[in-house]
Design a protein around this ligand. Structure first.
Ligand code: NAD
Ligand code: WQD
Length: 337
């Protein structure tokens, strides 16, 4: 089965391509390389034993998408492409709505033009806003506190309306919690440009000596140690969730929504300790003010995905930090240019 993977050169997309190949499927990557390097293709080939087809293109370009879908006889699309930095989205809302919302609308329009009717969309736990309680089930109310989150919510709503009007389509919204870690070989991993926004890439860069210390954003939250609690999920488990969605749902027309998380919450200090253990390095840190917009705690109830998709996260916190460290220590500056 040929699968178009928009954003397939990025962090989650590239790991998913490896697992697609492992599962006997054929990924075709469609990415404009805005936030990725072409070297990732060499690494996918090294790890999976097969080089995916690569099309450099923008998801806002309908004719390029139509050509890709037709030429490669695509059966399903996994749509990772988009912008994902919360802070940047506040500064550049138009760019976020254009890439994330308009990009998805153009993609669906292109799929419709060629009759491809299976779509998996990368959504986010951010659509739950500040949840009233944890763990979070898919039926919790949704809300957005920044343009990035609002773009995910808008896309979810557009796709829901579209599927209702086109009941022969299968559309799956996967709400990711906090993806971390790397391929266990250390050949592939997260390669943020500039100062990392997320906790684990920052911690790894401190461990490898690229940054002096970690700033912990607040230790006065109503959590066991006062620092924020999240549901960190190994990127390989997350990748496997996409394979499960393709395998289990492609014959079930409808709009499906799943949380992809482990069901466990870990604090910032838990993550620092786990990373110290994995790397053998000390992670110096300073407690600073809370980051505006942050919530105290957030973790998934993943039982719906367990039941319907036969999928559960199997990799431990130690796997996440050990594999994350392997990638960072073997590739201190990320992928080569
Ligand atoms: P990433 O930036 O590593 O990957 C996104 C890829 O999309 C990049 O390779 C980029 O070059 C490409 N891209 C961006 N705009 C494009 C466009 N207009 N046309 C074609 N390609 C384009 O991000 P990621 O962490 O792999 O995230 C993948 C998806 O998952 C995103 O949609 C993101 O919002 C979502 N998500 C990520 C997280 C997370 O913490 N990483 C959490 C929840 C949801
Ligand atoms: C985790 C914890 C921080 C950095 C974000 C997006 C969300 C989703 C995943 C895409 C929090 C603390 C962090 C640092 C810190 N992305 N922290 N020092 O905020 O849960 O989610 O990424 O969809 O939409 O909002 O993840 O990794 O930024 O933060 O203390 O330098 O680490 O306060 O408690 P977050 P994160």
């Amino acid at each position: 089965m040929n699968v178009l993977v928009t954003g397939g050169a990025g962090y989650i997309g590239s790991h998913t391509c490896v697992q697609l190949i492992e599962a006997g499927m054929t990924p075709v990557i469609f990415d404009n390389l805005y936030n990725a390097k072409a070297a990732v293709l060499d690494r996918i080939e090294k790890v999976a034993g097969k080089r995916p087809e690569f099309i450099q293109g923008d998801v806002r370009d309908k004719s390029a998408l139509v050509a890709a879908l037709k030429t490669h006889d695509i059966h399903s699309v996994i749509h990772f492409a988009g912008l994902k930095a919360v802070g940047e989205s506040v500064e550049k809302p138009l760019e976020y709505y254009d890439n994330n919302v308009n990009g998805t609308l153009v993609l669906v329009d292109a799929m419709r033009a060629v009759g491809v009717k299976h779509l998996v969309f990368s959504s986010s736990a951010t659509v739950y806003g500040d949840p009233a309680s944890v763990p979070i089930t898919e039926s919790f109310p949704t809300s957005a506190t920044n343009p990035y989150g609002r773009s995910k919510l808008m896309v979810e709503e557009c796709l829901t309306d579209f599927q209702k009007a086109n009941p022969e389509w299968t559309i799956t919204l996967l709400r990711y919690f906090n993806p971390v870690g790397s391929h266990p070989t250390g050949e592939m991993g997260e390669d943020p440009q500039g100062i990392p926004n997320n906790l684990m890439p920052f911690v790894s860069q401190v461990a490898v000596g690229r940054r002096d210390f970690l700033s912990i954003f607040g230790n006065d939250y109503p959590t066991p140690d006062g620092t924020g609690v999240r549901d960190y999920i190994h990127v390989m488990d997350l990748a496997d969730g996409h394979i499960a969605a393709l395998k289990r749902l492609n014959h079930r027309k409808g709009l499906h929504i799943y949380n992809l998380g482990t069901g466990n919450g870990s604090s910032v200090l838990d993550m620092v300790k786990a990373f110290e253990l994995a790397s053998g390095k000390q992670i110096p840190y300073k407690i600073v003010d809370r980051r505006p917009g942050d919530i105290a705690e957030c973790w998934a109830d993943p039982s719906k995905a367990n039941k319907d998709l036969g999928w559960a996260a199997t990799r431990s916190l130690q796997d996440m930090t050990t594999d994350g460290w392997k990638w960072q220590s073997l590739n201190p500056e990320g992928y080569p240019e």
